[in-house]
Design a binder for this molecule. Structure first.
Ligand SMILES: NC(=O)C1=CN([C@@H]2O[C@H](COP(=O)(O)OP(=O)(O)OC[C@H]3O[C@@H](n4cnc5c(N)ncnc54)[C@H](OP(=O)(O)O)[C@@H]3O)[C@@H](O)[C@H]2O)C=CC1
Ligand SMILES: O=C(O)[C@@H]1CCC=N1
Length: 269
């Protein structure tokens, strides 16, 4: 990829995406990260050898693609000074901010800007990210392919059918890594309580998570059937799953994802 890409905001998600792109072979010379926080910039410079600047306008001067990676709450104030530059020269804008609609972004950047709303996740750092994308009508076919290529460099990249589905993607895969990390934390604690050392409980938990995900991804068999194959009648798994079902694990997930989806809607203000 020889396009020039600039990230506005150099936090968790921008460094995960940039790190994943570099791991995939993109030259860091073509990547610029902008942030108001010099400490944050020093860290990404050291880690990734990318260009950095505290001046967002300067950082966007030569960009083919600009990724908006600041918190939703500061997006409007971050974009106001960029409107002039983007009226002269229109890069493809990818917004990864949860909840900020295309209508709001167009209002803040100009109605004619090509913008793709993307919802990636932090496993992008290890090239196993999952991203949903939805483009506004200003985005050309070439730019659609450019947006997909940027996100596909760090994992799975899927177009969704309408903008509302980006809020659903946020609830499923945007926030999703945190759900799995919570399950890992809980399993390590439970294994430690059963007498394993924390280190052994952690190694077993993480390897089990990896193996389960790999099995589910590589086989044609549905997760429900893979679960049944672990669950011997009258055995240990049956007892454990029964306790999870009695405690309404499925309902907890349904309610939790509904909460994330609603919060994504609220963030647009
Ligand atoms: N974290 C995740 O898993 C995911 C996050 N997202 C979205 O990505 C976006 C970024 O999230 P995340 O990376 O976690 O957030 P971070 O807080 O880690 O990163 C945002 C960075 O932007 C900086 N910043 C604030 N104001 C400006 C400004 N005016 N110009 C340039 N930089 C500025 C912040 O500095 P300071 O801290 O000093 O304010 C911070 O370093 C959010 O909109 C979020 O919804 C999407 C998918 C997954
Ligand atoms: O929690 C958040 O709001 C962001 C969006 C998805 C993951 N992190």
């Amino acid at each position: 990829m020889s396009i020039k890409i600039t990230f506005i905001g150099a936090g968790n998600m921008a460094s995960s995406l940039a790190g994943g792109m570099i791991a995939k072979g993109m030259d860091p010379i073509n990547i610029t990260l902008c942030d108001i926080n010099e400490q944050q910039l020093a860290q990404v410079r050291k880690q990734l050898q990318v260009n950095t600047t505290r001046d967002n306008i300067n950082g966007c001067q030569k960009a083919d693609v600009v990724v908006l990676a600041v918190k939703p709450q500061v997006m409007e104030q971050v974009l106001a000074p960029l409107q002039g530059l983007f009226q002269q020269r229109k890069p493809l804008v990818l917004s990864i901010a949860a909840g900020i609609t295309l209508a709001k972004l167009q209002q803040w950047l100009g109605q004619d800007m090509p913008i793709v709303r993307c919802m990636p996740n932090t496993p992008a750092l290890v090239e196993t990210g999952a991203t949903g994308l939805f483009a506004n009508t200003n985005v050309t076919a070439t730019q659609r392919e450019q947006a997909r290529t940027v996100m596909a460099a760090v994992g799975l990249a899927l177009w969704v059918e309408n903008e509302d589905q980006i809020d659903a993607v946020t609830a499923v895969s945007g926030s999703g890594p945190a759900y799995f990390f919570l399950v890992m934390e809980a399993m390590v604690a439970a294994g430690t309580a059963l007498g394993l050392s924390e280190q052994v409980a952690k190694q077993l938990t993480l390897q089990t998570a990896l193996g389960s995900a790999q099995m589910a991804i590589t086989s044609d068999v549905e997760p429900a059937e893979l679960r049944r194959r672990v669950t011997s009648p009258g055995g240990t798994t049956e007892r454990a799953i029964g306790i999870m079902e009695d405690n309404k694990l499925r309902e907890i997930f349904a309610e939790a994802l509904q909460g994330a989806y609603q919060r994504s809607k609220e963030l647009s203000g």
